[in-house]
Every structure is written in C-alpha cells, then in structure tokens.
Write a protein that binds this ligand. Structure first.
Ligand code: ATP
Ligand code: MG
Length: 452
C-alpha cells in the first residue's frame, strides 16, 4: 500500500499555480466517460457555460479505473442548470446541487463553490475549527481550494479535453501521493471526516499519505468524535464494504481512528492483542473482502456483529460471573453494547435487529438432537448465523465439530437429517463403555483411545 514518492510535487502554494495538461499530455479519453456525463457536459457548453468533470472520476480515469460516478461542475447556477435539463432535480438546502437523471444513472452537477478564505461572512467555524457552513457560489479558482486532496481537485475541461490543475494534483497523482490542499491540520479540523477519506483513498488507490498529512492525522484523530454518528455510519459503510476492509481496519487502527468508530471493540483488542477477538475480526473482514472480489454480496449487519461480538462476550461473562443466567446475560450485554455503539456509528434499526439475531442464534446451534435443528434451519437468519458460527469455530471460539455438523446437516437429505438428529441409543452404547456428552457427541478422549 505504501508507495515511494519518487516524483513528489512541490508543497502546495497558497496562490493557484495553474498548469493545463493538453489532450496529448494525459490519458483520459472520452470513450471512458459515461455517455450521459458527456451529454451533460456538451449541453452546458452549448448553452454558453463552462463545464468540467471533477473529483473522483477524473482521478480514477487517470488511473485507468472505471469511476463509481461522474461529477460535473459548472459556472451555471442551479436555476440555470434546471433550465438547461428537463430531467433535472435540485437537491440540498445548504448548498443547492442539480441531479440530472438518465434512467438509473444520475449525473450530479454542482455550481463552483466560493473560496472559504475570502468569504468569512459565509463561512462558519466552531470552536475546534470545524466548518459548519460554507455556502457561496464562486469561480473555478475558488472552487479548487475547498476540495480535499490535490488528486481530487483536477478538472477535465470539455471545451478542449484538457486537464486543469491548480494544486500540482497531476504530479501527486504520478507520485501516488495523497496530499491535502492547504495546511493539513486546518483542513482536518474543518472537516475531520477527511481523515477517514484519506484512509479510504490510500487503501483503494494504493497511494501513500503525504508525511505532513500523516503527521496531522496522528495529532487530530480525536476530533473525529465530534462528527454526528449518522455521518460516521455512512463513512464506515464506505470504508468497510468497499472490498478492502482488512487493510482499512489496520490503517484506521494505526492512525487512532478505529477507536472513535468502534470504542468498545478497540478496548477488547488492546486487552487481548494476539487473541481470539482479533482473529475473528480479521477473518470476518478478510472473508468479506474475498466475497466482494467474487462479486458476492456482503452485509453491514454481519460485519458489525463481528466487530461487536467480543465486547458482548466480555460483558456477558461479567454478568454470568455475578450470577445472572446465561440467556439474560447475553441479552443484556447485547443491549448495552449496541446502545454504546450507536453513539459512535448510528445504526439503522433493521441492522441492530439482524445483529441481535445472529448473536442469539449462536447458543442454539448446540442443540442437535430432536426437532430443534429442523426448526432452526428455517430461521430467516440461519445462513448468517451459521456463517458466524463457522467464523467463531475457525478462530477457536466455538467447537469446530459442531460447525461441521451443521455444514453437513444443510447438505444431506431430509431422511439423513432425521438420522443425524436422533437421540443416542442408551443400552448398547453403555455396554461397550462408550460415553456421550450432553450434545450427543462421542467424547474425544474415547476417540483418542481408538475405541470406535
Ligand atoms: P469516490 O470514488 O468515493 O466517489 P470521490 O473523490 O468522488 O471518491 P465524493 O465523495 O464523490 O468522493 O466527492 C467528490 C469530490 O468532492 C471529491 O473528489 C472532492 O473533490 C470533493 N469532496 C468530497 N468530500 C469532501 C470533503 N469532505 N472535503 C473536501 N472536499 C470534498
Ligand atoms: Mg464521487
């Protein structure tokens, strides 16, 4: 992930240093750009406005990657944009944006934003330096300064297919470096979520963080806790469901950001650094990345269930030690851990419900005799619960033999399933001296003696 920056650009100056890369000096071709985005750009141009692609799409096109979406900026204001496109909706109260709809594809069209520094009356900061309001229209020269990283501040001009660069973004791009525009600490204070974005882009693009950016991140990581939990949940979803969850996890921990997102998990991890909780989590994140690579779906509730499993276990054990019955202890522990977690990353109710179900299924997998298994397998969360059991078993937190039994139970015929769940026969077994434990499982000591 860490690349050496051979070709590093000069520090970003406070004044725009314009450099224009003509069509022959970069590798973005119109064939890579969505037809709808091109339509929007050409139409704006035809109506006499300036129009550019900007942000992540330019960055990704330069890398030869397919952009997630295409963002357009223009000097047309939202009302003017609305008049140009019939299929257009204006959104956002604080800063109006236009969404131009083409079936399922939406092209976001924004008006250039004004430079924060020159607009003190319109820019409102809180005591920690966080930007609370920033809502003026401006020019491209102003728009560039409110963007986060230099590689996210490149503009592809539809007029002559050039790339417009005010902040040495192209040089940083070539050097695979993420560098904040302006003073890193100020920019992180304005919006601490930029620290999560730094990690997300570093991992996704394989870029390294500029040393100044890294240094500030260590210093102000704590400020992330001032961000509303709903926004942190959205960012955490992008971080962990993008196919690089494992690397992201390691990097967030390195910068002290993980503890803001998952404080209870971090507590457990720091207590038992090389033990099971870490293993279970690492396996869950790794599995999730592999699933995404294979084009399979991954769910947030499963990952959050894995993140919070150890905190739930720890609390439940404490309660059991104080005399609470196991079932109640786990239920109470789950309630407590979830209410603590939602203060960091707000969780929608359907997610917390699904997490509780995955957890509460775990002890039920121990019942393998009689009619219980045939009922359990019809539970709507059975598959997720079983996957979770497997995860626990593979990392030493549950009986591997039980997990294997359930794996087989799902595959065999109904007839075979009935045989698997029959209670152990008492008479002959006791005669031969075989012992079975309460789960109907032949004790390992017996197997070891070769008595089977
Ligand atoms: P992705 O591939 O995830 O879409 P992106 O860079 O396009 O990456 P977006 O969240 O879509 O990210 O934002 C589009 C652009 O808006 C960014 O490239 C950046 O220029 C600017 N931007 C977004 N969020 C911020 C922020 N918090 N602070 C400053 N600029 C931002
Ligand atoms: Mg984007």
């Amino acid at each position: 992930m860490i690349n050496s920056a051979k070709n590093e650009a000069e520090p970003v100056k406070s004044q725009p240093q314009l450099r224009i890369y003509s069509r022959s000096e970069h590798n973005i071709s119109r064939a890579q750009i969505s037809e709808n985005a091109l339509k929007v750009l050409y139409k704006l141009q035809k109506e006499g406005f300036n129009a550019y692609l900007v942000g992540g799409c330019v960055r990704d096109l330069l890398l030869g990657r397919e952009p997630k979406d295409f963002d357009v900026v223009t000097n047309a204001d939202p009302e003017q944009i609305r008049k140009v496109f019939r299929n257009c909706r204006l959104i956002g109260r604080r800063f109006r944006l236009a969404h131009v709809h083409f079936g399922r594809e939406v092209i976001e069209v924004a008006t250039f934003r004004g430079a924060a520094e020159d607009q003190n009356d319109k820019q409102v900061l809180d005591k920690a330096g966080r930007l609370l309001r920033d809502n003026v229209y401006g020019t491209i020269e102003e728009d560039v300064w409110r963007r986060d990283f230099t590689v996210n501040a490149l503009y592809y001009n539809i007029k002559d297919f050039s790339v417009v660069d005010y902040v040495s973004g192209m040089a940083d791009h070539e050097a695979a470096t993420l560098r904040l525009i302006g003073d890193p600490e100020t920019r992180f204070r304005e919006d601490p979520v930029r620290m999560l974005r730094a990690v997300r882009f570093a991992v996704k693009l394989g870029f390294r963080l500029h040393p100044d950016c890294e240094k500030s991140m260590h210093e102000v990581a704590e400020l992330l806790s001032s961000i509303p939990s709903a926004r942190l949940y959205d960012e955490a979803l992008k971080l962990f469901l993008s196919g690089y969850a494992l690397q992201t996890f390691e990097m967030l921990r390195h910068y002290g950001l993980f503890q803001v997102l998952f404080p209870a998990t971090e507590n457990c991890l720091s207590v038992e650094e090389n033990g099971f909780p870490r293993l279970l989590l690492i396996k869950a994140l790794g599995n999730s990345d592999s699933r995404i690579a294979e084009g399979k779906t991954v769910t947030a509730y499963f990952l959050w269930a894995a993140f919070l499993w150890e905190p739930v276990q720890m609390r439940a054990q404490e309660k059991i030690a104080k005399g609470m019955v196991e079932f109640m202890a786990y239920q109470d522990a789950a309630n407590e851990v979830i209410s603590l977690q939602v203060k960091s990353t707000a969780l929608p109710r359907h997610i917390t419900m699904a997490m509780r179900e995955v957890w509460s299924l775990q002890p039920k997998f121990n019942a393998r005799v009689g009619s219980k298994p045939s009922r359990l397998i019809t539970h709507p969360r059975f598959r997720a619960g079983y996957d979770f059991l497997l995860l626990r078993a593979e990392t030493g937190g549950a009986d591997l033999e039980v997990a294997k039994w359930w794996g087989k139970y799902q595959e065999v015929s109904e007839n075979e399933q009935r045989k698997m769940t029959q209670p152990p026969r008492k008479g002959p077994a006791s005669k031969t001296g075989r012992k079975r434990n309460y789960r109907g499982k032949v004790k390992e000591s017996v197997i070891e003696k070769g008595e089977l």
